[in-house]
Design a protein around this ligand. Structure first.
Ligand code: PGA
Length: 250
């Protein structure tokens, strides 16, 4: 059985005050007996604050990216695996579509970031997803396969035993448009079968999250699909009530 995972991607949002409020409200409402594992991914500058508020609770935390190089040195603007571990991060998002499209991160760079995290014992959440025009051209599966294979080829399939994948159709991120449960399930099944072609056991165990305008109103339907094991939540993770409702639905 795959334990559902709900991860909040806060993106570039928050202040010391709002982080404190949000986490207090999440902790007050988090049901310890609930089945879903809960993770929040704040901007790096708040990781210390998040660590002190969440240490010893049932809520884990992670970062939104990681440097591909593990050795400390001249990498202005980057954060290393050792630094993330120093702040208690157990997860890190890699290859988010905003990193790919706004910052030009390539499949190869993302594969390197994935490996660095995984080798450091930080669970990478590898994001994949097609653009609207790619879906319209019927190339969704080719795009997902290319993104996935780059990391499989670089990191090796065994690395996926301690990783999470998030399918996020780019056209559904922050737009209020969600993939239908059938569209989402179809791609999730494709991802699992691609992993299975390398290793059936890993495919069976790996959690594949759906992301893109997940809300309390659609979370339960999405997560009830056989290959959808939770969600990567942007906008709705900034409101404790909505985020908790999604965790509950999982
Ligand atoms: P959204 O973002 O929930 O605001 O659509 C999801 C994501 O980008 O991870």
């Amino acid at each position: 059985m795959r334990r559902p995972l709900v991860a909040g991607n806060w993106k570039m949002n928050g202040s010391k005050k709002s982080v404190e409020e949000l986490l207090k409200n999440i902790l007050a409402g988090a049901d310890e007996s609930a089945s879903a594992e809960i993770v929040v991914c704040p901007p790096n500058v708040y990781l210390g604050q998040v660590e002190s508020l969440l240490a010893g609770t049932g809520v884990a935390w992670g970062a939104q990216n990681i440097c591909q190089v593990s050795t400390a040195g001249a990498y202005t603007g980057e954060i290393s695996d050792e630094m993330l571990k120093d702040f208690g991060c157990s997860y890190v998002i890699v290859g988010h579509s905003e990193r790919r499209t706004i910052y030009g991160e390539t499949d190869e760079l993302i594969a390197e970031r994935f490996s660095t995290a995984q080798q450091a014992g930080i669970v990478p959440i590898l994001c994949v997803g097609e653009l609207l025009e790619e879906r319209e051209q019927g190339t969704t599966e080719q795009v997902i396969a290319r993104q996935l294979d780059a990391t499989i080829n670089h990191a090796g399939i065994a690395a996926f035993a301690s990783a999470v994948i998030a399918y996020e159709p780019v056209w559904a991120i922050g737009t209020g448009k969600t993939a239908t449960v059938e569209q989402a399930q179809q791609v999730h099944e494709f991802i699992r079968s691609r992993i299975a072609s390398h290793d059936a056991d890993i495919a069976n165990k790996i959690r594949i999250l759906y992301g893109g305008s997940v809300k309390p109103s659609n979370a339960a339907d999405l997560i009830s699909m056989p290959d959808i094991d939770g969600g990567l939540i942007g906008g709705a993770s900034l409101q404790a009530e909505d985020f908790l409702a999604i965790c509950q639905a999982a």
